[in-house]
Design a protein around this ligand. Structure first.
Ligand code: ADP
Ligand code: 5GP
Length: 211
């Protein structure tokens, strides 16, 4: 029985743990499609074009917007980020879920789009700002200047927590992952996401009649 795919949006201040949660969710259920964003920022060590991001220059990014290929786009930390529309529409058609690791601006745009009813949004909070700072440094992927910029932006990102359907405080990664699984499993069972149920119940009624 094919259900309707949903769009799972994960947002958090940088360093709160959403990429870690996203990776674990996709390991757990490989049918989930990760929405690979396009960005004008430079790749970090280990990041692969087409897997973590589509790394594009400003002109290529702008032409994707002009061609209507972006479901949403926003400027974050002085770079442009956006979610390509095509793979999301393909996944929806196949009844598969798409996972987005995007900021509050992207979350707002998709929620307000024609796909808004298919959105399930989850905001990840850090247990404290001191711990957020430790995690950003622990990742050891950014310069001191970049880390300072991200910390300054965190307050703004956190101010949007109440726009989300669910909020996790990521103190323990195993607990947070379990909570995220629970959210996804429950949302998949929503009646609206199971349009085949009407046929299924008609079949049950036929069985009653034929007894
Ligand atoms: P984000 O994608 O939100 O920027 P990451 O998933 O990259 O954050 O996590 C930032 C750092 O914090 C990583 O080094 C990650 O391993 C670590 N981390 C994530 N969740 C937890 C947690 N609950 N406890 C301790 N460390 C965590
Ligand atoms: P990073 O540079 O650390 O990979 O990501 C920086 C921020 O940009 C994160 O908050 C991330 O969620 C957000 N981001 C990544 N891709 C997109 C996107 O396609 N659209 C929007 N709006 N934000 C994105």
């Amino acid at each position: 029985m094919q259900r309707r795919g949903l769009l799972l949006i994960l947002s958090s201040p940088s360093g709160a743990g959403k990429s870690t949660l996203a990776r674990r969710l996709m390991d757990w259920d490989p049918t989930i499609r990760f929405s690979v964003s396009a960005t004008t920022r430079a790749p970090r060590p280990g990041e692969v074009d087409g897997q973590h991001y589509y790394f594009r220059d400003r002109a290529a990014f702008e032409s994707m917007i002009a061609a209507g290929q972006m479901l949403e786009h926003a400027e974050v930390f002085g770079n442009f980020y956006g979610s390509p529309r095509g793979p999301v529409e393909d996944a929806m058609r196949d009844g598969r879920d798409t996972l987005f690791d995007i900021d509050w601006q992207g979350g707002q745009q998709i929620r307000n789009s024609a796909l808004g009813r298919d959105v399930v949004s989850v905001f990840v909070l850090p247990p404290s700002i001191a711990e957020l700072d430790r995690r950003l440094r622990g990742r050891a992927q950014d310069t001191e200047e970049v880390i300072a910029g991200r910390m300054a932006k965190s307050r703004d990102e956190i101010s949007h927590w109440a726009e989300y359907d669910y909020v996790l405080v990521n103190d323990d990664i195993d607990k947070s992952f379990h909570q995220l699984q629970t959210i996804l499993e429950a949302e998949r069972m929503k009646r609206d996401r199971q349009p085949m149920l009407a046929d299924f119940v008609r079949g049950l009624n036929r069985e009653f009649e034929n007894r």
